[in-house]
Design a binder for this molecule. Structure first.
Ligand SMILES: [Zn+2]
Length: 198
């Protein structure tokens, strides 16, 4: 129905979360009608996303290729506290509060109650190694207040509790079932302040 190039791009858009086939067609048509320079710039940014960025070698947050993220590279951060988050957008939300000056560790997802086989997909082993090898005093578990976030927090508690580290979890200011990514800065700040020992 569409020229091949057009159809291929529709398929790429359909792969994106929350984009259905109709929306994908509209987006591709929109791009087609745009100024060529603008479309090429968009294409360049996509290429750079794939080639210039990677996961931080220390914490799995977003970093420039082959290096550390800006947080790990910042020598003014408190290196004895690690806040464990599900994904990079949660890190960004916590950073916006300016209420936290420690390091982070990004799991890259959460464990579902139904499928504990997902454990190896999360970056948990490296976190345990860091707690063993570095002078870490506190781990703040900042998984989402959802069933999966709770399962993940409990799992982390089980693997970390015998190590010499204080384990806390964000206070219950966070709306249950909600997502840190969408919480406002005041809510996150008070959840950080009200964190409880597990
Ligand atoms: Zn990092």
């Amino acid at each position: 129905m569409f020229p091949k190039t057009f159809q291929k791009l529709i398929e790429h858009f359909t792969d994106l979360p929350s984009v259905g086939p109709k929306m994908a067609e509209r987006l591709v048509l929109f791009l087609f009608k745009q100024d060529k320079e603008k479309v090429l710039d968009f294409a360049d940014s996509l290429r750079e996303l794939a080639t210039n960025l990677s996961f931080c070698e220390d914490c799995h947050h977003i970093a420039e290729e082959g290096g550390k993220c800006v947080i790990c590279a910042n020598s003014n951060r408190d290196r004895q506290t690690i806040c464990v988050a599900e994904d990079p957008l949660d890190v960004i939300s916590i950073e916006k509060t300016k209420a936290y000056n420690g390091l982070y560790y990004v799991l890259g997802g959460s464990l579902s109650v139904m499928n504990e086989g997902e454990i190896e997909k999360l970056n948990i082993d490296k976190l345990v190694r860091r707690v063993k090898n570095e002078d870490i005093k506190e781990i703040i578990i900042a998984t989402n207040p959802t069933t999966d976030g709770d399962t993940t927090a409990l799992y982390l508690f089980r693997v970390l509790r015998d190590l010499d580290v204080k384990i806390t979890r964000l206070g219950r200011g966070m709306p249950t079932g909600g997502d840190i990514e969408y919480a406002d800065e005041i809510t996150i700040s008070s959840a950080l302040e009200g964190r409880k020992k597990m």
